[in-house]
Design a protein around this ligand. Structure first.
Ligand code: M6R
Length: 366
C-alpha cells in the first residue's frame, strides 16, 4: 500500500509529478491557449464581475490560498482576501452578493471551513470549492467547484494535496485573467507551456532527496528553525515551517523575509538554521540582502535557489538548486525540498511522520 516507501508521506511527496499532472490533465491545451474547467465555466460571468474573492481555509490549504492571492491579483486583477476560516466565521465579516468565496480543503470535512462557507452562503455570496475528496461535505455545500485530483492523501502532513491545490488555483486564475482581459495571450501561452513542464521539473527537484538527507543530518538536533521567503515564496516559507513543526516537533517559524528586521532577527545566532527560499524572481535582489543580514548574525543559511545562481551560493552554508520556472509557478517547485527536509529530519528524530502526535488528518471539530 505504501508502494515500497517507508511512509505514506514519502510516497505522497514522490507522487507529485503525477498528482500535479492529474490536476491539470484535460484542463488546458497549450497550442491554442485553451483552458477549461466545468465548475468555473458555470460561474464565468460571476468571476468576471466579482468585486472581490475571499478565500477561506485552514493550515496548509490556507497557505495554498495565500499563493492564490498573489496569482488572482496579478493575473486576474481581482482583490483577494485570504482568511483563516476560524477567524472569518466569528468576526461578523462583511460579505455581499458580489463576493466569491473560495473554500480550499483537502478533506472537504474541516469544520471551520465548512461553517465559514455556510455563513458566506447565507449572505448571498457565490461559493466555490477546491477540494480533494470527492463528495465531501464542503464539496457538497458549494455552488460549484474544481476537484484537485491528487488522489487519497494518507499522511497527516499535507504534501501532494498542497501542490494540487496550487495547480488548480493557478488554472482558475489564468481562466479568469483571460476572461477579464488582464492576462494577455502571449503571457497566457507562456504560462500554459511552463505549467506543462512542471511535472518533469518536480521530478528533477525530487532528485535532491539524497542531498537533503545530508542536510537533515546536520540540523536534526536543532531546536528552532526560521523559514524566509518573499513574494510567491512567502507562503512556501510558512508551509515549510508548518511541515517541520507538525512532524518533527521542532519549533519553526515562517516569515516574509523583509519582516525579519521587525523582530525575528533577534533570534538569529550561530545555532539558528535559516531556510531561505531565494529563487530568481522579481524579489531576488531584495532577498540577497536578507541573506546577508542573516550571515552577519552568524545564522546558518540553507538556501533554495534557481539552478545556475552564483550569488546566493557564495553566501550560503547549504545550497539546494531547483529548476528555473516562471515566478507564478515557483511554489510548486520550491516546496518540494522543504517537504523532504521536514520528512527526513522527522524520521531521524524517530517521530511518527504519518501520524504525528496530537494531530488528526481532518479536523472535524472546531
Ligand atoms: O482537509 P483540509 O485541507 O481542510 O485541512 C486543513 C488543515 O487541517 C491541514 O492542512 C493541516 O494543517 C495539515 N496537517 C497540514 O499538513
Amino acid at each position: 500500500e505504501k508502494g515500497g516507501y517507508e511512509h505514506f508521506m514519502l510516497k505522497e511527496i514522490f507522487e507529485q509529478p503525477k498528482s500535479i499532472l492529474d490536476s491539470m490533465r484535460g484542463r488546458m491545451i497549450a497550442e491554442n491557449d485553451h483552458l477549461m474547467m466545468a465548475g468555473v465555466r458555470e460561474f464565468e460571468n460571476k468571476f468576471q464581475n466579482a468585486d472581490r474573492i475571499i478565500i477561506v481555509a485552514c493550515g496548509t490549504s490556507w497557505h495554498a490560498g495565500l499563493v492564490a492571492e498573489y496569482l488572482f491579483e496579478d493575473l486576474a486583477r481581482i482583490p483577494v482576501e485570504v482568511e483563516y476560516a476560524s477567524e472569518f466565521r466569528y468576526r461578523n465579516p462583511i460579505i455581499t452578493e458580489k463576493d466569491i468565496v473560495i473554500a480550499i480543503s483537502q478533506s472537504g470535512e474541516t469544520a471551520d471551513t465548512l461553517a465559514a462557507l455556510e455563513l458566506a452562503k447565507s449572505k448571498g455570496a457565490t461559493i466555490f470549492g477546491v477540494c480533494n475528496v470527492v463528495g465531501s461535505s464542503i464539496a457538497r455545500a458549494t455552488d460549484a467547484g474544481a476537484y484537485t485530483h491528487a488522489g487519497p492523501e494518507i499522511g497527516v502532513a499535507s504534501t501532494k494535496a498542497f501542490t494540487a491545490q496550487v495547480t488548480v488555483l493557478t488554472l482558475i486564475a489564468m481562466i479568469i485573467g483571460k476572461k477579464r482581459g488582464t492576462l494577455e495571450t502571449t503571457k497566457l501561452r507562456q504560462l500554459i507551456a511552463e505549467m506543462e513542464s512542471i511535472p518533469s521539473k518536480v521530478e528533477k527537484a525530487l532528485q535532491l532527496n539524497e542531498q537533503i538527507i545530508g542536510i537533515s543530518e546536520v540540523y536534526k538536533d536543532a531546536t528552532n528553525f526560521l523559514y524566509l521567503g518573499r513574494g510567491y515564496n512567502f507562503p512556501v516559507a510558512l508551509e515549510g515551517a508548518l511541515k517541520l513543526k507538525e512532524i518533527s516537533y521542532i519549533h519553526a517559524e515562517g516569515y516574509p523575509a523583509a519582516e525579519m528586521k521587525h523582530g525575528p532577527i533577534a533570534l538569529i545566532d550561530e545555532q539558528m538554521p535559516v531556510v531561505v527560499i531565494a529563487t530568481k524572481d522579481s524579489s531576488y535582489e531584495k532577498i540577497v540582502s536578507n541573506v546577508q543580514e542573516v550571515r552577519a548574525r552568524k545564522g546558518k543559511v540553507i538556501a533554495v535557489v534557481t539552478e545556475g545562481d552564483t550569488t546566493i551560493p557564495a553566501m550560503a552554508d547549504h545550497v539546494i538548486e531547483i529548476p528555473e520556472t516562471s515566478e507564478h509557478l515557483v511554489p510548486l517547485l520550491s516546496v518540494i525540498p522543504l517537504q523532504l527536509l521536514s520528512y527526513h529530519i522527522a524520521v531521524m528524530r524517530g517521530c511518527n511522520v504519518d501520524q504525528p502526535r496530537n494531530l488528526a488528518k481532518s479536523v472535524t471539530v472546531e
